[in-house]
Design a binder for this molecule. Structure first.
Ligand code: CP
Length: 304
């Protein structure tokens, strides 16, 4: 039995197979409409979500399966003090596979250790968000044709943004990828990403504060929201929340084929005027997320 805790749980070859499967599903959804007949997905979300939870549910329903679960910790027995370890043992009796989001780093890993069904990390605190990374990789591969030979700028809250941490880990395995990290000093990438992932693997990167200066260099700009829920005080959040706002003027500095991605939800960091720019891909990105989750469910359930 296999779980998904980090994008590194899959080799590059396995990721290619997963993306190929997602592509095939998107091309011919009818072929897959009954692959999960009789199977049940549990979505156990201890933290708010729109895309991840609903795309998992949509993915399972489109595969012919069914879904159950909870969308808030308050509506589960976690509110009465039940541990994640106990909850997953219960869920294992009701469902065939579980997607779990939790505010505490490592909680889905704890669940996986006690589970009798595959567990998918649907986001754990400020740590990892592997299925968003699968979505991002699928989007880049589909729209750029490759995951190699590019300069990717990650902008915003690089300290708490779990999608950023997972994506850096995953992209380091491709040829000729370099990073430009754009953040205020307080929200720089964590030391373990800088030391253990980038420096250890000789990955070229630089860290800057101003977005305008590096816009012309980027093949992809990955914008992120300042993660209000991870701040210790509201004052710091208010000071930093509008540090970056991508607008038409900034887009004019970029390459004509640069692609703007964002895991969403967006707050103010991308002005709505950018939505009509043909380089804005963040709403397309959402659809890839559903197909890759369909492929992931089939793969973890070992359905041919
Ligand atoms: N991208 C993402 O994780 O969105 P949700 O928080 O809405 O699931």
């Amino acid at each position: 039995m296999r779980h998904l805790m980090s994008p590194m749980d899959f080799s590059v070859e396995e990721l290619e197979k997963l993306m190929d499967l997602a592509q095939d599903i998107s091309a011919d959804p009818a072929k897959y409409a009954h692959k999960c007949d009789g199977r049940i997905l549990a979505t156990c979300f201890y933290e708010p979500s729109t895309r991840t939870r609903l795309s998992f549910e949509s993915a399972m329903l489109r595969l012919g399966g069914q879904v159950l679960g909870f969308a808030t910790a308050d509506s589960s027995s976690a509110a009465k003090g039940e541990s994640v370890s106990d909850t997953i043992r219960i869920i294992s009796s009701y469902a065939d596979i579980c997607a779990m989001r939790h505010p505490k780093e490592g909680a889905p890993m704890v669940a996986a250790q006690k589970s009798w069904i595959p567990v998918i990390n649907a986001g754990d605190g400020g740590h990892q968000h592997p299925t968003q990374t699968l979505t991002d990789l699928m989007t880049i591969r589909s729209l750029k044709g490759s995951l190699s030979d590019m300069t990717i700028g990650l902008c915003g809250d690089l300290k708490f943004g779990r999608t950023v941490h997972s994506l850096i880990n995953a992209l380091c395995r491709y040829e000729n990828v370099s990073f430009i990290f754009i953040s205020p000093p307080e929200l720089k990438i964590p030391d373990y990403i800088r030391e253990d992932v980038l420096i250890r693997n000789n990955i070229p990167f630089k860290e800057v504060i101003k977005l305008d200066d590096v816009m012309p260099e980027l093949d992809i700009l990955y914008m992120t929201r300042v993660q209000r829920e991870r701040f210790f005080n509201e004052e710091d959040y208010v000071r930093l929340k509008d540090f970056y706002i991508l607008n038409k003027e900034k887009m004019a500095l970029a390459k004509s084929d640069m692609m703007v991605l964002h895991p969403l939800p967006r707050v103010n960091e991308i002005s709505v005027e950018v939505d009509d720019d043909e380089r804005a891909m963040y709403f397309k990105q959402v659809k890839y997320g559903m197909y890759i989750r369909m492929a992931l469910i089939l793969t973890l359930l070992e359905i041919e």
